[in-house]
Design a binder for this molecule. Structure first.
Ligand code: P1T
Length: 381
């Protein structure tokens, strides 16, 4: 089955009791049993919920996987993966990643004795330098947030696997429409569903997807033990959202390219960060592992003047100044003070994240209007 057909149909059957074409919102905390242990597969809603089950089946299908588990946020999904580790275990992570993930690693789990190393994995061979006998997990974002670095999933997963190490890919920026990390050798895919999968800026949710039954059981055990489950109403909204994932992401990509074409020719723009540019250091890897290049773009202005960057950030009318990404409406953000403020300035700068960087989440509006909005904000400088 091709992607668009799966997005519309996967995981969703007409409701057996009524024929309702849309999966009902099973707003219940518990399920009645005929006798102790004699039930219909549902006991308590932290453990199972039919609306959540339908969503999990749909998400597994979109990533060509066997198992998916949904969580109350992207961070809750990430949290469960780190809880599979023990004190003394080491995680090698990309050095450009969502600030909240960095915060959880360094401010929460470092206290429990898990060690994190943040490195540039643009050249996959470099991974070998950082692996030690204690390394248990490679944490990859590709494209990364917010610098749009590209990591070669096949090469990284192969190196990790040879040492018995798991690879997780946070696939939030690419979405399963553009990239399927499990097909390329990764062991676990994570999504902040909050973003493109939900797609309408009205839900916070996350998921973990894998083909390994053992990993899936561990994830389910930890989720049921610790409790970060999403509500059924939110699962319904995401089921609805993913029916148009392919249509939305296609438009995000078209609009992204239009905005990049404008930015790269503007005399006031210094650098544009987008994997579709032939000048991107890993453009060839992106072409191989992604189907298109997405709608996340970052850029800096000539002169690196923070006041000018702040003026552009407050000068757009269609682009709303806000955290988050992946919704139908375009957003503009300032990673240094917003999404990545929890990474110390020195660490940000080591990874190449300047205080003057502006991040765009390109929506599905008409591209001419988006370009005109950016043009008036930059021309006003
Ligand atoms: O916000 P939440 O659903 O908990 O997801 C966290 C998360 C995980 N991974 C990536 C790549 C992310 O971008 C995020 C959340 N990011 C933002 C809110 C942002 O504006 O970048």
């Amino acid at each position: 089955m091709k992607f668009g057909t799966k997005a519309v149909h996967a995981g969703v059957e007409p409701d057996p009791s009524t024929g309702a074409i849309m999966t009902p919102i099973f707003q219940t905390s518990t399920y009645v049993q005929a006798a102790p242990g004699d039930h219909k597969g549902y006991e308590y809603a932290r453990t199972q919920n039919p609306t959540r089950d339908a969503l999990q089946s749909a998400l597994a299908a979109l990533e060509n996987a066997k198992y998916a588990s949904c969580f109350s946020s992207g961070m809750a999904a990430a949290d469960v993966i780190i809880k599979t580790l023990n004190p003394g275990d080491e995680v090698i992570s990309v050095n450009d990643l969502y600030g909240g993930t960095y915060r959880m690693f360094t401010k929460v789990y470092a206290r429990f004795g898990v060690k994190f190393r943040f490195v540039d994995l643009s050249n996959a061979e470099d991974l070998k330098k950082y692996i030690t006998p204690a390394t248990k997990l490679i944490w990859v974002e590709t494209p990364t947030n917010p610098l749009l670095n590209i990591v070669d999933i096949q090469a990284i997963s192969a190196i990790a696997k040879a040492s018995g190490i798991l690879t997780l890919v946070d696939n939030t920026f690419a979405t399963p429409y553009l990239q399927n990390p499990l097909d390329q050798g990764a062991d676990i895919v994570m999504h902040s569903i909050t973003k493109y999968l939900a797609g309408h800026s009205d839900v916070v949710m996350g998921c973990l997807i894998t083909n390994s039954q053992a990993l899936h059981e561990q994830i389910r055990f930890l989720q049921n033990s610790c409790g970060a489950v999403p509500g059924p109403q939110d699962c319904f909204l995401v089921l609805r959202g993913i029916k148009t994932l392919h249509l939305r992401v296609r438009q995000h990509c078209i609009n992204g390219k239009a905005v990049v074409d404008f930015l790269k020719n503007h005399p006031k723009v210094e650098k544009v960060y987008w994997p579709g540019l032939t000048t991107h250091v890993n453009h060839e890897v992106a072409k191989r592992q992604m189907r298109d290049f997405g709608g996340m773009i970052s850029f800096t202005l000539k002169g690196d003047n923070i006041d000018e960057a702040l003026k552009v950030l407050s000068g757009t009318h269609l682009f709303a100044l806000a955290e988050s990404l992946g919704g139908v409406e375009s957003l503009i953000g300032h990673p240094a003070t917003m999404t990545h403020a929890s990474i110390p300035k020195e660490e940000r700068e080591k990874a190449g994240l300047k205080d003057t960087l502006i991040r765009l989440s390109i929506g599905v509006e008409d591209p001419e209007d988006l370009v005109a909005d950016l043009k008036q904000a930059i021309d006003a400088l």
